[in-house]
Design a protein around this ligand. Structure first.
Ligand code: ACM
Length: 385
């Protein structure tokens, strides 16, 4: 008799804690994809069974719960993690048990685990583009502000290199605040930004603190149209949290925005809202979580099994038609070919896409990247108002 047992898969995203808004969107994108896969007959007649725990944004919990999913719930594959600190906590677990983590979040690069598939942007797919765009349009005197953990430190190091390559490029300050910083903590930073008068601010602030930075920035009278904040993570969800009055004018570099005007994207957004309502704002991490689950299902259909050694060869090199465009898993570094875009928040809290490029192969160690390669792949920019 054919095996009709459900296939347990781990879903390890926080629904409470500092990064709950984005991680909830990643969890629901995963459930949405799993429902579609099951509605279409599952994988070789077997349904996917999501096993979800809430690690509350705490690295040690991610590690303990990954271990529990593998040992008790018998998952071979985990979809999970937003903060790089939490991914780093899960990697030793998936490596020890020979399992696979699908990670749908932009991050700082400079990492490779044979047990991770990285489906968010690497620095050559978001930071390089943002540095180039912002320095050409606003100038290269930059103020760096981030949360106090690995992704901001490393992303600021990379951004500093890109900025200092530009004639006149200057880092005016580099500041860090804890993830649980309050509005009061951001006011002195916002005042310091105003005093130093940069051409733009590069923010690696994530989670709940994002709204507080942008709010403090508006409160002290900084004008986003003249001196915008540029980010790799601030997305539709955070723009909705802070309100479009505060968010409008700021920039984000990401492979996906809701505003991509393809019929497939708009139909998918409608279907998601019909099922889950308006509470979750789809965003770059939502899209990566959605496509990676479908890509996994396609690979498992081809492999007939989800154990690491059988499944992995069917993932590496695999292409998939995602909402952002055609993506592909690079067999050499396990990262994904993605479609860099730059968006500027408009008065509806959505991103006007002001620059976009053809697919860019992942180069997580920035080995082959030059600013010239990125410029050559860019499509002509529309006029921005
Ligand atoms: C991140 O920590 N990779 C956003």
């Amino acid at each position: 008799m054919a095996n009709t047992d459900p296939i347990p898969v781990g879903v390890l995203f926080s629904t409470s804690g500092a990064t709950a808004t984005i991680e909830r969107s990643q969890a629901f994108a995963t459930f949405f994809a799993i429902n579609e896969i099951n509605a279409a007959g599952g994988i070789c007649g077997r349904e996917l069974l999501p096993v979800h725990y809430n690690p509350q944004g705490i690295s040690q919990q991610y590690q303990a719960l990954a271990e529990r999913m593998i040992r008790e719930d018998k998952v071979n594959v985990i979809f999970g993690c937003y903060m790089s600190s939490t991914r780093k906590a899960v990697i030793p677990v998936v490596e020890k048990w020979r399992k696979l983590l699908f990670y749908p979040t932009p991050y700082e690069g400079f990492e490779f685990s044979p047990h991770v598939i990285y489906t968010g942007a690497a620095p050559n797919q978001n930071s390089a583009q943002l540095a180039d765009y912002m320095t050409r349009h606003f100038g290269a005197r930059v103020y760096l502000i981030g949360c106090d953990y690995i992704y901001p430190y490393e992303s600021n190091r990379i951004m500093s290199d890109f900025i200092l390559e530009v004639p006149g490029g200057k880092k005016l300050a580099e500041r860090y605040l804890p993830l649980d910083a309050t509005e009061k903590d951001f006011l002195p930073i916002a005042r310091d930004i105003k005093a130093k008068s940069p051409d733009f601010v590069f923010s690696t602030v994530v989670g709940k603190a994002t709204r507080m930075l942008y709010q403090a920035y508006a409160d002290i009278g900084m004008d986003a149209m003249k001196t915008p904040i540029a980010s790799l993570t601030t997305c539709e969800a955070e723009a909705a949290e802070m309100g479009s009055r505060i968010a409008a004018g700021h920039f984000t570099s990401a492979p996906y925005f809701q505003s991509i005007q393809t019929a497939e994207n708009q139909a998918c957004l409608r279907k998601f809202r019909e099922q889950y309502g308006d509470e979750i704002e789809p965003n770059m991490c939502w899209e990566a979580a959605y496509f990676q689950t479908h890509l996994f299902a396609e690979a498992m259909r081809a492999a007939g099994d989800d154990t690491y050694d059988v499944l992995l060869p069917h993932i590496l090199g695999r292409e998939h038609q995602a909402l952002q465009g055609r993506v592909a898993i690079n067999p050499a570094n396990h990262h994904t070919l993605l479609h860099p875009r730059i968006g500027r928040v408009n008065h509806h809290g959505q991103f006007d896409i002001v620059a976009e490029s053809a697919g860019v192969s992942p180069d997580p160690y920035l080995v082959t990247h030059t600013n010239e390669t990125w410029r050559q792949s860019m499509m002509p920019e529309p006029q921005i108002g």
